[in-house]
Design a protein around this ligand. Structure first.
Ligand code: ADP
Length: 291
């Protein structure tokens, strides 16, 4: 059971070339699609959700082209879009019952059991009679996941789900997503590196519509091990460093600027070799905005 994305390209009518021959094979488990704003993450997600058709290329799930019979594929798909808004003064239970009917679960006992089970999974049982539009951002996201899971989808797409969540809600959301990965392909798009570090066994980096790197996070980090050098520098030193070295990121640490350089050898005096992490790998591909 694989999702195969082959040479998918998309140009919008305004001329933006949002996807440029994207190739990805995604297997069961949690896949992190990491990239900055405007990289094309939502574009690829909407395309997988069959909400837009690529200009060229194809997407196959379990060997079938998803655009040949999109209705059939959508039955196996759960999609939580980025701008998922719930403006309902109805309760979570009422809303889920409504969606379950729409999704064709006709038997009322079956609907009730499924809804109770899902409310428990997303920790909303105790709030299930409150109006959904009184929920916090994190509760709405959890409600959204419950809705997506009504029909046991085999492919679950969540677009930037943790943006705007506080750390406690983010952790809670992570643990719910994590429980889904035994039975489904879960694709998580995010610009937050730690979302991928904490959750994903497999990942790709997307920027300017292109996949720049692809693999297991541990293997990607291992590929730059012993190449990461850090040093606290004065602001004036930074420009000079940038001219002569690949400065991949800068951090303000206790008021000082710490520069990180990617280099096979000691780049300059007083740099210390540091263990690499996924953020270093990401910034070696997607330049960070300068401090
Ligand atoms: P991300 O989700 O990574 O932020 P998007 O896929 O939303 O990236 O956007 C990729 C590029 O395509 C951006 O330049 C964006 O402005 C443009 N874009 C996205 N959707 C549309 C659209 N419907 N029409 C025109 N341009 C779009």
């Amino acid at each position: 059971m694989e999702l195969e994305i082959r040479d998918v390209s998309k140009t919008y009518t305004n001329g933006v070339h949002a996807l440029k021959r994207v190739n990805l094979t995604i297997e069961k488990g949690m896949f992190g699609l990491l990239g900055p704003n405007g990289a094309g993450k939502s574009s690829i997600m909407r395309t997988i959700a069959t909400l837009q058709i690529p200009d060229s290329g194809e997407i196959r799930f379990a060997g079938q082209n998803i655009f040949t019979n999109p209705t059939e594929f959508r039955r196996q798909l759960g999609y939580l879009p980025q701008d998922f808004g719930v403006y309902a003064d109805a309760s979570a239970t009422t809303m889920l019952d409504y969606f379950a009917r729409l999704k064709g679960i006709k038997n009322s006992k079956e609907r009730k059991n499924r809804i109770d089970e899902l409310l428990q999974l997303v920790n909303l049982t105790e709030h299930c009679h409150k109006a959904v539009d009184t929920y916090s951002g994190g509760m709405r996201q959890r409600f959204g996941i419950a809705q997506v899971l009504l029909t046991n989808p085999k492919v679950i797409i969540v677009d930037e789900p943790t943006a705007g969540l506080d750390p406690a809600e983010r952790n809670r959301f992570y643990s719910i997503l994590h429980q889904l990965t035994d039975n489904a392909i879960v694709i998580l798009s995010t610009h937050i590196v730690s979302d991928v570090t904490d959750l994903c066994g497999d990942m790709g980096i997307l920027n300017n519509g292109c996949i720049l790197a692809r693999g297991k996070p541990d293997a990607l980090v291992a590929s730059i091990e012993r190449k990461i050098w850090r040093k606290t520098v004065a602001r004036e030193e930074l420009n000079q460093l940038r001219n002569n070295h690949k400065v991949i990121s800068t951090r303000i640490i206790k008021g000082d600027i710490q520069a990180t350089i990617l280099s096979d050898t000691l780049p300059a005096d007083n740099f210390t070799q540091s263990p690499a992490d996924l953020e270093d790998f990401y910034f070696s591909y997607v330049p960070e905005l300068a401090v």
